[in-house]
Design a binder for this molecule. Structure first.
Ligand code: KIV
Length: 266
């Protein structure tokens, strides 16, 4: 009998930090991509509210609704046999107080059957993080650049406030978060935070010393048309492959090469 690799959970991730094994996380927004990433052995699938930008075509993540997060979360969770599935709390859930946050996170867990949630904020969200954890909802705190606060932060910029970053990280850990995600912070700060915390850190634009890395799948595959930030590595150019395939379909159609006899019913 083939051994089925067990589903990643909070203990697996903690163990990875102890063993200095890097944690992989990629975003996923639908069943077919989630299945592919899950088959590839990715540790965590993040149903990020970045779907507002890469799936819906908005300029920010702010328009994404709770119902949309649940819709995409359900599809991803249905595909995951190995990966831990994490769903983002969309704007303005975390900004509306502890009981609203708990209600929204519980709805996400119940409807999507995901394994954890992620919320933006650290120190100022510690009460909400503690309430979620008390309710049995594993929670990730997203600190550094918080895209839902892009207007308050004056744009998507590197966050250099070292004492704030450390305070956010430590408060999140103390409140019971099982992981901290740091976005767009200098690598030296991310390293200090990673060394100071017992829980794992995941970085995006935070240098190589975090306990793991996360990327938006559309960026990694080269499906994003816009200019990517410097921390994105494009591992493929799937846009070009797709364009070539579609052009071939169009020309086959015009030349009478598609469908062929073998592709037709007698
Ligand atoms: O929404 C998202 O996809 C994220 C990642 C960029 C970390 O939060």
């Amino acid at each position: 009998m083939t051994a089925v690799s067990p589903q990643v959970n909070v203990r697996t991730l903690q163990q990875k930090k102890k063993n200095a094994e890097k944690i992989s996380m990629l975003t996923a927004y639908d069943f077919s991509m989630a299945r592919l990433l899950d088959d590839s052995g990715v540790d965590c699938l993040l149903v990020g509210d970045s779907l507002g930008m890469v799936v819906q075509g908005h300029q920010t993540t702010i328009p994404v609704t709770l119902a949309q997060m649940i819709y995409h979360g359900e599809m991803v969770a249905r595909a995951a046999k190995h990966a831990m599935v994490i769903v983002d709390l969309p704007f303005p859930v975390g900004q509306r107080g502890v009981s609203h946050t708990l209600k929204a996170a519980s709805k996400i867990m119940k409807k999507t059957l995901c394994h954890a949630v992620k919320m933006e904020g650290g120190h100022e969200q510690s009460e909400s993080i503690a309430a979620l954890v008390d309710a049995g909802i594993p929670t990730i705190a997203h600190i550094g650049l918080r895209p839902q606060s892009v207007h308050a932060l004056g744009g998507y910029r590197v966050q250099r406030d070292a004492s704030r970053l450390m305070q956010d990280a430590k408060s999140a850990q103390q409140a019971g978060a099982f992981m901290v995600l740091m976005e767009c912070v200098p690598r030296s700060l991310a390293k200090e935070v990673t060394e100071a915390l017992e829980i794992p850190t995941i970085g995006i634009g935070a240098g190589p010393d975090c306990d793991g890395q996360v990327l938006v799948i559309n960026d990694l595959l080269g499906l994003t048309e816009k200019l990517s930030p410097k921390f994105v590595r494009k591992y493929a150019n799937v846009s070009d492959i797709a364009r070539t395939a579609v052009a071939k379909f169009q020309s086959d159609l015009q030349l009478g090469n598609f469908p062929a006899a073998a592709e037709s019913f007698e």
